[in-house]
Design a protein around this ligand. Structure first.
Ligand code: SAM
Length: 252
């Protein structure tokens, strides 16, 4: 079991899926990146279109766009997340969607099988995605950019993409990787936005669910948590400054 797989399996066991229920208010001065991602995916949809989603987790976000496609396959490394995804699928009644345990870097699907590959905060493997896409097919990716929760990570002194804010932007690097693998990027946009957690308990729940600190421990990290909360508390709640990107590229 990889570290990531273990992390997401623990999250699914603890929260029953990929949602902590933490209460927060969100403000999107540049628009909501998830809405942008969904809109870009829907632009590519058709009743006969075939979609592959990688890193689907509990599948809830995928099931919202799935009705626009003719057939949908989804992969994740975590059996616990997939069990949750299958429960959501059964409740949705969507029988053209199949969830399977699999690694996005070696999907096992035939060459050219898909019209669209999506990765919503999941991994990006340009060569494998190019292989399973038909010529002219597209990949759509929602990713975490280098300044995401930078101040929180500075207070903790660690975290996902720690220190990356002073290096090559993630969007630039991922665009280059796609171009090198034989894609043409047709959409690349960054989003900064604000989240306000209503109480310290809400922020604590959120940090237990996301891989910002895969080793986050409410007790061991209490000092750093309180130092951050003291400086980031506003009248709206405890502030987190987010930085995401949305990328779409067409297979040459
Ligand atoms: C941040 S979650 C994304 C959740 C989901 N796409 C969403 O937006 O709600 C990332 C997911 O990617 C999965 N994952 C990470 N690496 C993977 C890989 N190489 N192949 C398949 N799934 C992977 C993890 O198990 C996890 O469930």
């Amino acid at each position: 079991m990889t570290q990531q797989q273990g992390f997401y399996s623990k999250v699914a066991e603890k929260f029953g899926g990929y949602s902590s229920g933490a209460q927060r208010t969100t403000s999107f001065p540049q628009g909501d990146p998830e809405e942008r991602f969904d809109a870009l995916v829907r632009e590519l949809a058709s009743p006969t279109g075939r979609l592959l989603d990688v890193g689907c987790a509990d599948g809830r976000n995928l099931l919202a766009v799935a009705p626009s496609f003719g057939r949908v396959d989804a992969l994740d490394l975590s059996p616990e997340m997939l069990a949750s995804a299958e429960r959501h699928r059964a409740a949705s009644g969507l029988d053209h969607v199949e969830f399977a345990l699999g690694d996005a870097s070696a999907t096992g699907f035939p060459d050219g099988a898909f019209d669209v590959v999506t990765s919503r905060r999941g991994p990006l493997f340009p060569e494998e995605f190019r292989r399973v896409l038909r010529p002219g097919g597209s990949v759509v990716h929602l990713g975490i950019a280098e300044r995401d929760v930078q101040e929180l990570k500075e207070v903790f002194g660690r975290g996902q993409l720690y220190g990356r804010w002073s290096k090559t932007p993630v969007l630039r690097e991922e665009s280059d990787r796609l171009e090198r693998a034989g894609f043409t990027v047709d959409h690349a946009r960054e989003f900064t936005y604000d989240e306000y957690f209503h109480t310290p308990a809400d922020l604590d729940r959120f940090l237990q669910m996301v891989p910002i600190f895969e080793d986050y421990d409410s007790a061991a990290d209490r000092d750093a948590f309180e130092r951050y909360a003291a400086r980031a508390t506003t009248s709206e709640g405890i502030h987190l400054a987010r930085h995401w990107f949305v990328l779409r590229a067409q297979r040459n």
